[in-house]
Design a binder for this molecule. Structure first.
Ligand code: NDP
Length: 434
């Protein structure tokens, strides 16, 4: 706590994991003697760099870039890049820490990394975004590689940004080494299903959790925060499986449409035109737009899917959701519920799908993209979607089994932490005292 005192998000993420580990450490004192807890919370490497770029007015702008190579015990460092003005080292560390356990849960050979910048892509021209990405990669390229560290997207980094980043990497290195990044466009080595993977995976996981508890997704009302990559494809799959999504948001406010969200319109507004969610009303005047994104959790729903950002659901929001009869919460974003909100949900027997497990479909499909790049052979949409679904079902059963083995009953928060931790801790033990 002293060493990381100015990083509240990182401390929050660590506290949440450590809470689940007591019975594990009791049963395996060898983890204590090998000092695993102290080692696993200290990144293997943290890189901070200057990113200078010229804006459309000809003014030189300076941002800060980050890449944290948190834990490489299971494979090359793997995790997204976030471009958002709130980014600082504590955000990247919390994300990188979560990523250790998430990547372990996928069952695929990937270590954990995370990075990004305090660059704000909002309101920037295409040219500005490209020049920023080129400058960012001009430093980052020396730290990454297909067998070293493989970044992907996160908030503010989608297909456009990955394209510019890969173009600059290829230009500097002079090789077509596309396994260095995932989330690429299909024409230069991207994988089918990667765009949909986190949102689809979230719904597969929630569906599995509901079935395990003799409930069904069909006919349920769903509220989703965010309207970015994760939110959009969670909405698409939830709707396809018979649920009704009635609200979505962005950082300015939310739309409520009791007839069910018109997703093709949201995709046009957000993915193509990069507009604010309030423009939805221009096409659906019967819907409502409410300024401010937090109140979205006051809408009565069966299932809440926070898919925007960290600490989106506070204790107060959790109380409102429970009072309104929510039965399940699926974390699409990373750490979207505060620890107090998580505890409240668990105390009130709400089914909770924790981010590490529930949003692991994105990175799992990224690992499948790496496999395809290595093979230089590409699977069909159906093949990959089947693999994704199997991975999500397996993560659910492994988390449920670990939870019950260590005396937590059916608590997927504890189970995901334990199953992920044990896999990484065992690999770290086997590799000596690094
Ligand atoms: P996008 O940038 O595509 O979308 C983010 C969405 O969340 C936007 O609607 C954005 O609104 C909203 N948002 C962002 N920051 C805030 C904020 N501070 N307050 C309120 N709303 C906010 O990102 P993704 O969909 O890719 O990521 C969403 C979450 O999912 C993140 O937590 C990310 O770490 C996590 N995640 C993503 C994966 C992926 O594959 N993309 C994989 C696993 C986890 P606005 O446009 O107004 O900023």
């Amino acid at each position: 706590k002293v060493r990381n005192a100015n990083e509240p998000e990182f401390l929050q993420a660590v506290e949440e994991v450590f809470k689940s580990l007591e019975p594990v450490l009791e049963k395996h004192p060898e983890y204590i003697s090998a000092n695993i807890l102290e080692r696993i919370t200290e990144p293997e490497r943290q890189i901070i760099f200057r990113v200078s770029w010229v804006d459309d007015q000809g003014v030189l702008q300076i941002n800060r870039g980050f890449r944290i190579q948190f834990n490489g015990a299971l494979g090359p460092y793997k995790g997204g890049l976030r471009f958002h003005p709130s980014v600082y080292i504590g955000i990247i560390k919390f994300l990188g820490f979560e990523q250790i356990f998430k990547n372990a849960l996928t069952g695929l050979p990937i270590g954990s990394g995370k990075g990004g910048s305090d660059f704000d892509p909002k309101g920037k021209s295409d040219g500005e975004v490209m020049r920023f990405c080129q400058s960012f990669m001009t430093e980052l390229y020396r730290h990454i590689g297909p067998d070293v560290d493989v970044p992907a997207g996160d908030i503010g980094v989608g297909g456009r940004e990955i394209g510019y980043l890969y173009g600059q990497y290829r230009r500097i290195k002079g090789v077509f080494e596309n396994g260095v990044l995932t989330g690429k466009g299909l024409s230069y080595g991207g994988s089918l299903v990667r765009t949909q993977a986190t949102g689809y995976g979230l719904i597969y996981f929630v569906d599995e959790m509901l079935k395990h508890n003799n409930k069904v997704l069909q006919g349920k009302t769903v509220v989703i925060s965010g309207s970015g990559n994760v939110a959009i494809y969670a909405c698409q799959k939830a709707t396809a499986l018979g649920a009704k999504v009635i609200a979505m948001s962005d950082s300015n406010g939310y739309i409520y449409d009791e007839n069910g969200i018109d997703l093709p319109l949201v995709r046009q507004l957000k993915e193509v035109e990069r507009k604010r969610i309030r423009s939805y009303l221009n096409f659906h005047p019967e819907a409502q737009y409410i300024e401010g994104c937090k109140n979205i959790w006051s809408i009565k729903c069966d299932i809440a899917l926070p898919c925007a950002t960290q600490n989106d659901i506070s204790l107060e929001n959790a109380k409102t959701l429970v009072a309104n009869g929510v039965i399940a919460v699926g974390e699409g974003a990373n750490m979207p519920c505060t620890n107090e909100a998580i505890n409240y949900f668990l105390e009130n027997k709400i089914l909770l799908a924790p981010a590490k497990a529930a949003n692991a479909g994105g990175v799992a499909t990224s690992a499948l993209e790496m496999s395809q790049n290595s093979m230089r052979y590409y699977w069909t949409f159906e093949e990959i979607e089947t693999k994704l679904k199997n991975i999500m079902v397996t993560i659910h059963s492994n988390a449920a089994a670990a939870s019950s083995e260590y005396g937590f009953g059916y608590n997927l928060v504890a189970g995901a932490n334990i199953a992920g931790f044990k896999k990484v801790a065992d690999a770290m033990m086997a590799q000596g005292n690094y």
